[in-house]
Design a protein around this ligand. Structure first.
Ligand code: HEC
Length: 168
């Protein structure tokens, strides 16, 4: 092969490699507009998806006859989050009515899978997601209820309403 042709080929190859590198680099460069458009997820969302959504569904609507909805649930949005925290910690069994739908199943305790901080974040998430506007829950509230109720059995709604109505 003539020497000039070889040199041309080499130059062509170098140009192609440079173009490819430039393309790759452009792809890696962060797009500032995209950064602004995506807000950070709520700190409780991950744990909600991992722990609660398997039963209550990602959209919080539950499943008829099996898992009650968390959307528009009075327990979820109550000004006093005690019942919600205790249900998340120890579970719930027996009859419960949410928005005219009736359930009589068993929710197993979730407290062992979640630290005080994670549990506070999860219940805060469901108090604020889906158009809800209830106050966030602090990890210290979870810590106090976990320490104050060292139990393993799920609550019943009757027990919880007695507990909350007798609270100071
Ligand atoms: C294994 C399935 C399952 C998982 C996981 C689960 N739940 Fe439940 N949950 C239920 C069932 C079943 C009930 C209804 C129990 C009954 O009939 O007494 C319930 C009831 C509830 C209630 C009271 C009823 C209502 O809709 O207001 C709340 C609040 C609740 N769950 C929140 C949570 C949260 C928060 C998590 C995650 C930390 C969670 N649940 C994880 C199955 C589950």
């Amino acid at each position: 092969m003539p020497i000039e042709l070889l040199a041309t080929r080499r130059r062509q190859r170098r140009t192609a490699v440079t173009a490819l590198l430039a393309l790759l680099l452009a792809g890696c460069r962060p797009d500032p507009a995209a950064k602004v458009a995506v807000p950070p997820p709520h700190p409780g969302k991950n744990a909600y998806i991992r722990i609660c959504a398997g039963c209550h569904m990602v959209d919080g609507r539950g499943l008829p006859n099996l898992f009650p909805p968390l959307t528009d649930s009075p327990t979820v949005q109550a000004a006093d989050p005690t019942a919600l925290i205790l249900i998340a910690l120890h579970g719930l069994e027996g009859p419960v009515e949410v928005n005219g739908q009736f359930f009589d199943g068993v929710m197993p305790a979730q407290g062992n899978f979640l630290s005080d901080r994670e549990l506070a974040a999860v219940v805060s998430y469901i108090r604020q997601e889906w158009g809800h506007g209830a106050d966030v829950v602090a990890p210290t509230q979870v810590q106090a209820l976990r320490a104050g109720h060292p139990r393993h059995d799920p609550w019943t709604m009757e027990e919880l309403s007695r507990l909350i109505s007798s609270a100071p």
